[in-house]
Design a protein around this ligand. Structure first.
Ligand code: PGA
Length: 245
């Protein structure tokens, strides 16, 4: 019998953010050194703010966990302010007081990116797999940068970005040329996490959420593969993002 992932539908983005931050807190309270992945993009910013507040007021210790980044552009050096890592540093890592030596970044500047991606995958496995992966979803159904065409058993690897993702990323690039490739944690790697939380808000995400949850699972909508682990996956959606379910 097929089972659906847990669906939590909340009123708005604020509630979505609070609930996602609560799950991060729950996981880190049980295991302060847990390996965790957190997404980039506009969706997690409210969750980050809740985590920063909790860290600053001493109710959450973010100094001990291991943060595995989910994706990064290829062909940009890590000191480039437009990288996903630099964005995460400004938006979460520094304000939350997460020590940089606990942050694992994708080895995009390695001379052999394929081999380096494989080693990153192995580092996640060596950490005992992710205790928690919080994910956003792109309008094309990507999770991390697993673009359409990504299979359920895909591992951490280099991927060509779709034009849609390149256009979306342009908003963060301040006029500079957006790279056409990225390194992303694979769908299969994500599916090995103990717990996976996908967050989405707004009517703009309603159609892709419907496709991810209601259409047959397929590589065309990589987020649909999350239904392979229904007992470990929770979608936290606001009413607008859940509007077409
Ligand atoms: P967004 O991006 O949070 O800015 O909508 C999500 C994604 O592309 O994964």
């Amino acid at each position: 019998m097929t089972q659906d992932p847990t669906l939590v539908i909340v009123k708005d983005a604020g509630e979505m953010s609070r609930m996602a931050a609560e799950i991060v807190t729950e996981v880190l309270t049980a295991r302060p050194t847990a390996p965790i992945s957190l997404p980039t993009g506009s969706t997690p910013v409210g969750m980050f703010d809740a985590l920063i507040d909790a860290s600053r007021n001493g109710t959450l210790d973010l100094t001990r966990f291991e943060l595995f980044c989910l994706d990064e552009y290829l062909g940009v050096t890590i000191d480039n302010p437009n990288t996903l890592t630099a964005w995460l540093k400004r938006t979460l890592i520094e304000p939350a007081g997460i020590p940089m030596d606990h942050v694992r970044t994708l080895p995009v500047d390695d001379p052999d990116p394929d081999a380096a991606a494989h080693r990153y995958d192995q580092a996640i496995a060596s950490a005992g797999n992710l205790a928690l992966a919080v994910l956003g979803i792109g309008n094309n159904g990507h999770i991390a940068y697993n673009e359409p065409g990504s299979e359920a058993d895909s591992r951490t690897r280099v991927i060509d970005l779709t034009q849609e993702s390149i256009d979306q990323a342009a908003g963060y690039f301040d006029g500079a040329t957006v790279p056409t490739q990225a390194m992303t944690v694979g769908v299969g790697t994500l599916l090995e996490a103990d717990r996976i939380v996908l967050i989405a808000h707004g009517a703009g995400k309603a159609e892709i959420i419907r496709r991810a949850l209601r259409d047959p699972m397929s590589a065309q909508v990589p987020a649909s593969w999350l239904r392979l682990a229904p007992d470990r996956v929770t979608f936290i959606l606001d009413e607008a993002a859940a509007g077409l379910l």
